[in-house]
Design a binder for this molecule. Sequence first.
Ligand SMILES: NC(=O)c1ccc[n+]([C@@H]2O[C@H](COP(=O)([O-])OP(=O)(O)OC[C@H]3O[C@@H](n4cnc5c(N)ncnc54)[C@H](OP(=O)(O)O)[C@@H]3O)[C@@H](O)[C@H]2O)c1
Length: 348
Amino acid sequence: MEDVLTALENQQWRLARTPTGALPVADDFVWHETRMPEVQEGQVLGRTLYLSMDPYQWVRRRSGTEQPGEICHGRTVSQVVASRHREFAEGDYLFNTHGWQSHGLTGAGISNFGYMHPRKLDPQLAPLSTAIGIMGMLGLTAYAGLIVQCQPRPGETVVVSAASGGVGQVVGQLAKLRGCRVVGIAGPEEKCAFVREELGFTACVSHRDPDLPRALANACPDGCDIYFENVGGKVFEAVLPLLNKKARISLCGLISQYGNTDKSDPRIAWRARGERTFAARQVEAHDLFVGNYVDTYQQPFLEEMGAYVREQKVSYREHFWPGLAQAPQAFAAMLSGDNFGKTIVTLA
Ligand SMILES: NC(=O)c1ccc[n+]([C@@H]2O[C@H](COP(=O)([O-])OP(=O)(O)OC[C@H]3O[C@@H](n4cnc5c(N)ncnc54)[C@H](OP(=O)(O)O)[C@@H]3O)[C@@H](O)[C@H]2O)c1
């Protein structure tokens, strides 16, 4: 097998330059073909099957954390095609972090960018793509922010923005399973209908509604006890007046601010805007970094979510883009809302 592999080219997207635009464009990326990497002792070579498109990748690229010339970072599901690792055999399926490339190494000496360590996947337990979605970092983000930080109680009203997306759809369903009243905020009516009808949220309003504050207030007659923040900007403005005394917020993301020309951390301006309301109403606003929750919560999360997936107590929607060549378009679509559900590039 290894002889065949060394004859193959490894296809990659690399960062061409540090992007300056509000959204990614084709010139930010460069296609690269290179020889297959050699598998060293303690490593496996995997063929990428699924590649995750996430907003944080844009933050890394624009901030210079990812440097021009580097393989674009991304979490992946892969199948082992050559192994010199005692725990992983040829044919095994793995969650790992190959980045935007057709093949990659996992194991000794390979950095996996900190959190969500490589692990073997059982395709009988859950569809493989869920390892980069509901059963992966996105699911853990929802679990950490909602369950660990905000501790929902039955009957409370939970508001979640970017409700039809990868994180948002999990947050709302976990809240529903905890007996909460769940109100989503999404863009187009098609997404709002999906959130209400397929995910079973109590209500979903559109952030495109010219009177969003009124629409949201109507959907939250008892105010908001928990806000799961994915968006910021005018969506946060609409939620602020609805926060109840002792409300909790998980500040997960601020996607509406990721294209700002001002490169300061948007969390600072967000906190400054909320400060008076938070103090007056004793609101707890928690910063969320999923990486801080892996060691303690990955296992309980996988057990709880694995049971929900097996028992079909949760639904999830994935938006597949076929072919590594489409990764830059898929990435831009995800950031601009032209996605519907968790955005995944398929290579198989
Ligand atoms: N804290 C952490 O550790 C952590 C980990 C993972 C993700 N996150 C954050 O979680 C959030 C959701 O990530 P995801 O991967 O699940 O993405 P996603 O929700 O699947 O996709 C992004 C969605 O954001 C919405 N959006 C984009 N621009 C917007 C704008 N200007 N105003 C309102 N909505 C806008 C769009 O939905 P509509 O079409 O409905 O507008 C789009 O579909 C992001 O903020 C991300 O940074 C944080």
